[in-house]
Design a protein around this ligand. Structure first.
Ligand code: UDX
Ligand code: UDX
Length: 435
């Protein structure tokens, strides 16, 4: 049993801290947002993540998990300090590291015992060295015995706990091999491959992994767009491709493309690092372009179907960037809604979890209580996020309440014939329906 601190109780930090506590460690989760800390202590989670509330409550009750905004309380007995604060995109796509700097400085100002500082946040290659420089500079007068380890997260929102407890691998990078080995001890009970390398390589593994997953998605979306014109069904193409062990089925679902707080910022940040160091990220640029165009293609095809968006009512099913989360950061729904509103459309929407979060930046959207209310008087219904509860809707009932029978299946959730036989015009992504 170790005592450790996780700084940042966001999507990554809170799941990480609660899971480490569940493995038997004593964990202090720190956040500068005191209201967030107070809420978590009362069992009010700052995010929707399946299973997280129960995990947090169980470990608070067991006396292993603590929440504070006080750095000295969080660090006084901790031998490990995980940095899991936001690293949002800057204006040119570079990662904004102001919060990482803030935390590194606070750690330097607070700690007077040997410590291992672990970068859990996704940070540009070379940030580990930069964090060490900040701490050393801050402690010029009284040097601190510490090491820096990169330990990138591979948690998917909506399955963060499972991804933590059953990882495909743990990646650790450090110039201090012993420090990396000590951090590895925290993960031993997960019985998974632990890859130990140097700082920069570990940081690059994270970016390269996310960029590759994003590339797969943009690849299948490009194939879908070609299928649309050639009369092939991309869902079957994916299935036929994925049976090849070298390809696999994961991350080969065509749709509205990727969003969220990671892929968009990580692909942009990697491309920015490349350009900054004199190499042209041609493939990464194409991956981003294809992804951006996916939303625009939907608007173009819907505009063609409806004639124009002026005074039309469009229903949106799903606002979160993917199912099982309330996160709407870079969500395709937000971009789609803005594009259609700019052409005079009135938007109605429903999402099982994300409406409260989404309404903060979608003030002109009529939030509804279920998919049928969304469809009332609608000229088109767009499936944006493939929540399970959308899988078996009563299409006859939808037809009765809609003004025009147009359905755009943005995630290829439904069977085209099933929808058409209910009397709808069905538009999908790469379902060959243009033929
Ligand atoms: C973040 C990064 O965005 C992601 O790239 C990285 O892989 C993991 O950390 P996320 O958990 O989504 O992901 O961040 P966010 O939801 O923004 O939460 C960050 C938390 O850190 C916030 O609660 C914020 O209040 C807190 N914070 C920020 C601090 O506690 N101290 C600070 O100095 C700054
Ligand atoms: C991702 C990585 O999977 C995770 O390893 C990393 O730590 C953080 O970023 P996340 O962003 O939470 O996780 O969600 P993910 O499930 O990867 O989906 C990302 C986006 O890709 C979503 O918008 C999703 O809708 C989209 N997607 C995913 C597709 O469009 N097609 C697919 O086949 C899979």
């Amino acid at each position: 049993m170790e005592t450790l601190c996780v700084v940042g109780t966001g999507y990554v930090g809170l799941s990480t801290g609660a899971c480490f506590a569940d493995l038997g460690n004593r964990v202090f989760c720190l956040d500068i947002d005191e209201e967030k800390i107070a809420n978590i202590r009362q069992g009010i989670m700052p995010i929707y993540e399946p299973g997280l509330k129960e995990l947090v409550e169980r470990n608070i009750h067991a006396g292993r998990l603590f929440f504070t905004s006080d750095y000295s309380e969080a660090l006084k007995d901790s031998r490990y300090a995980f940095i899991a604060v936001g690293t949002p995109s800057g204006v040119d796509g570079e990662a904004d590291l102001q919060y990482v700097r803030q935390v590194a400085e606070m750690i330097a100002d607070t700690v007077n015992h040997q410590l291992i500082v672990i970068n859990k946040s996704t940070v540009p290659v070379g940030t580990g060295d930069w964090v060490a420089e900040i701490i050393n500079k801050r402690r010029e007068g009284s040097p601190l015995a510490f090491s820096v380890v990169s330990n990138p997260e591979f948690l998917r929102e909506g399955s963060a706990i499972t991804d933590f407890m059953s990882p495909d691998r743990v990646v650790l990078g450090s110039e201090d091999r012993q420090a990396a080995n000590q951090v590895a001890q925290l993960y031993l009970s997960l019985r998974c491959p632990i890859i130990i390398t140097n700082l920069r390589t570990a940081e690059m593994i994270k970016y390269a992994s996310n960029a590759f997953l994003a590339t797969r998605i943009s690849f299948i979306n490009e194939i879908a767009n070609i299928c649309e014109e050639l009369g092939a069904d991309v869902r079957e193409v994916s299935r036929g491709m994925g049976a090849d062990k070298r390809i696999g089925n994961a991350f080969l679902d065509a749709g509205l493309g990727w969003g969220g707080s990671c892929f968009p910022k990580d692909v942009k940040a990697l491309a920015h690092m490349a350009v900054l160091h004199g190499t042209q990220p041609q493939l990464l640029q194409a991956v981003m372009d294809i992804n951006r165009n996916q939303r625009r293609r939907v608007v173009m095809r819907l505009r063609k179907e409806l004639g124009s968006f002026q005074d039309k009512v469009v229903g949106i099913l799903g606002l979160s960037f993917k199912p099982n989360t309330d996160d709407t950061r870079e969500a395709p729904a937000v971009e789609l809604i803005h594009l259609m509103q700019n052409e005079g459309a009135m938007i109605r929407a429903y999402d099982p979890q994300a409406m409260e979060v989404a309404s903060r930046h979608l003030p002109r959207v009529q939030m509804c209580s279920d998919p049928y209310q969304v469809a009332e008087g609608a000229d088109a219904l767009v499936l944006v996020t493939e929540w399970n509860e959308f899988k078996n809707l009563d299409f006859e009932k939808l037809l009765q309440v809609m003004r025009k029978p147009v359905i755009f299946d943005g995630r290829n959730l439904w069977e085209p014939e099933r929808i058409r036989s209910s009397g709808f015009t069905y538009l999908g992504i790469g379902r060959g329906t243009s033929i």
